[in-house]
Design a protein around this ligand. Sequence first.
Ligand code: C5P
Length: 227
Amino acid sequence: SDYWVVVPAAGAGKRMGANTPKQYLPIDGKPLIAHTLENILSWPGLKGVVVAISADDEVFATLECAQDDKIQTVIGGAERADSVLAALEYLSQHQSPTTSVLVHDAARPLVSTDDIHKLLSAAPMALLAQPASDTVKLAGAESCVRQTLPREQIWLAQTPQKAPLGTLLQALQRGLDENPKAITDEASALELAGHAPELVAACRSNFKITHPSDLVLAEALLRHRSG
Ligand code: C5P
């Protein structure tokens, strides 16, 4: 079963506290996004990749992996969902609405091929996610605990998130129109449209690089994997 991949990579990565957008921070001397794209290019059945980059991006075109025939770019938007929407709108000019699309963060270089296989064999709408390992608290006023949530029902959403192109495009357009703050991943838009994507348990190593210490961890894991 063939599919396309959309990679939102137009963020500034402010939580990193660096001047370089986080997708270009080096891991083992190579930009984060290059690790992610090289990983994606190794997935079985991949038709192509659409990367959403920011309008003032001057780095992406200089990357070695950007020269790959399977990789195309579009200009992203103000929020992650806007960037994904731009890539889906571009794809829908060339591909049928039934085409399967996997949306994957540039900031998740360590997703395993095993987990990709699991996602590809899951329901047509599905996402990688991590069952909560810590006890989860709902905060009330002034960071005081209001409630402890039932842990066995809590999953932390990762990417890739998979859906048919037409369904996802419609759901995202509608979600951004009606409640943009609630659209923090693809599944949230699909849920608002009445769908219930399947949760596929993924490896912990598929964390999103967010804070500086994540770079150290990612470097260690990538070295361990290739060593
Ligand atoms: O900042 P955060 O970790 O939530 O970003 C997740 C992904 O979304 C990153 O790969 C980032 O580059 C991308 N993004 C985007 N356009 C934005 C904001 C974030 O493509 N406006």
